[in-house]
Ligand binder design. Structure first.
Ligand SMILES: Cc1cc2nc3c(=O)[nH]c(=O)nc-3n(C[C@H](O)[C@H](O)[C@H](O)COP(=O)(O)OP(=O)(O)OC[C@H]3O[C@@H](n4cnc5c(N)ncnc54)[C@H](O)[C@@H]3O)c2cc1C
Length: 396
């Protein structure tokens, strides 16, 4: 085999792959990052894809300076979370009551991606801007992947050849690396879609996130940053036929429908961005490692967005993989025994989140569960220790 040698080659510079590359590079690991297309430069308009970043993910992003690159005017800490059934029951999770500064921070996907790329470019030897260890190949297409005795060789369409001890698939839900490595996955569609759109609201959200569990779906309103605190982002997980109906509504009718479903909690709404729908799927991956291969992010799992935890799980993967590799510096990075430590570490949090979101989806998204949904919420709201436990779960 011949080609430029790396310890780790990461395919996919989405949020998770870019973060993993940055941390590994900072630790002195020789890393190459392959991405087929650069991210869009963020526009002035607000993204409809937003994330509730947990405090644990925030700390991880702060460690390598990506968080500090975000515009403070466009991020919004969540201080309270009101979770309600469709009639009476409601739980309020409150950062102040739980003794923490905030429960999560709402961040735009495009801006976070841009911050990670700026950090990468500041670190990458290919740009000549820094002294880091990340060789970024973008735009790049993988022509072939060949497994050798102790290394994997990748050939790119421009003829570049890279050899690596460890190949990391951070290439999203339809991962080519996962397929190439023969790591099976089961996709279960939920027959639901997520409808996302941003609204201006009459009343200030004051850092509160709202979530309603209905007979046939879950509606979330997440507070957006910006002056006045009067913009929010909606994620409505609902049967696909209803999603199609929502998408077909004109701006005023959609705003009225969302306002009514959310019991007018933020007064009159005005649509800021056209609504977009995406199908919801559970993705279970049987094994996330093989000799010389590891999966992270959406390549390794897909969860229902009701807990807004997909990207937090991915950052957890990146952090765990980096830590396991750092703790076994003397080993070959593709050593299966080392990689299995990473897989074991991630099994529990990923299964817990999949079971929680899958279970909640079935428990609450049933028309026979109305009583449970409403009474259970009212009951839960009177149990401070259980609420504090829920807050801690949301913060991991
Ligand atoms: C509409 C929508 C809304 C969402 N909302 C939320 C939310 O509110 N909260 C939340 O936590 N999560 C949410 N998610 C999930 C979240 O977006 C993902 O969990 C997260 O983006 C996963 O990041 P990733 O880096 O693993 O994968 P991706 O973001 O999919 O990145 C994969 C990268 O790999 C690149 N790539 C793929 N194949 C190749 C190849 N062969 N060669 C080179 N490069 C390749 C792609 O170009 C891409 O840049 C949402 C997802 C969608 C679709």
């Amino acid at each position: 085999m011949s080609g430029e040698r790396f310890q780790v080659v990461i395919v996919g510079a989405g949020l998770v792959g870019a973060a993993a590359a940055l941390v590994l590079g900072r630790q002195g690991v020789r890393v190459a990052l392959i991405e087929r297309q650069p991210p869009d430069v963020p526009a002035e308009t607000w993204d409809t894809r937003i994330y509730a970043i947990s405090p644990a993910s925030q700390r991880f992003l702060e460690r390598f300076g990506a968080w500090q690159r975000l515009d403070a005017q466009r991020i919004q800490p969540v201080f309270r979370m009101d979770v309600a059934g469709d009639t009476s029951g409601a739980i309020r999770l409150d950062a102040y009551e739980a003794g923490v500064s905030h429960l999560a921070t709402i961040v735009e996907s495009g801006r976070l991606q841009h911050a990670l790329w700026q950090a990468l470019q500041a670190d990458g030897p290919s740009t000549g801007l820094g002294t880091g260890n990340v060789a970024l190949h973008c735009p790049a297409t993988i022509e072939s992947i060949e497994r050798g005795e102790s290394r994997t060789r990748l050939t790119l369409a421009d003829g570049t050849q890279l050899e690596t001890e460890l190949l990391v698939g951070a290439d999203g839900a339809a991962s080519r690396i996962r397929d190439w490595a023969g790591l099976g996955s089961t996709l279960t569609p939920y027959a639901q879609s997520g409808v996302v759109a941003n609204f201006e609201c009459e009343k200030s959200h004051r850092g509160t996130a709202f979530q309603w569990f209905f007979d046939h779906g879950i509606l979330a309103w997440l507070p957006l940053g910006g002056p006045g605190g009067n913009q929010m982002s909606m994620v409505w997980s609902t049967p696909s036929a209803h999603a199609d109906e929502l998408i077909a509504l004109d701006a005023a009718a959609l705003a009225a429908s969302v306002q009514a479903a959310g019991h007018d909690r933020l007064g009159a709404l005005r649509l800021l961005t056209p609504a977009v729908a995406f199908p919801l799927r559970l993705n279970r991956v049987e094994a996330i490692v093989a000799p010389g291969v590891a999966l992270i992010g959406d390549a390794a799992h897909g969860v229902h967005p009701l807990a807004g935890q997909g990207v937090n799980l991915g950052f957890g993967d990146a952090e765990a993989l980096v830590e396991v590799l750092a703790a076994h510096r003397k080993n070959h990075c593709g050593d299966l025994r080392v990689l299995q430590r990473y897989a074991r570490e991630r099994a529990e949090p990923v299964q817990r989140m999949q079971a929680l979101t899958h279970g909640l989806h079935h428990l609450f998204a049933s028309e026979h569960a109305g009583w449970l949904r409403n009474t259970g919420m009212a009951w839960l709201n009177r149990l401070p220790p259980l609420k504090a436990a829920l807050v801690r779960e949301a913060m991991d």
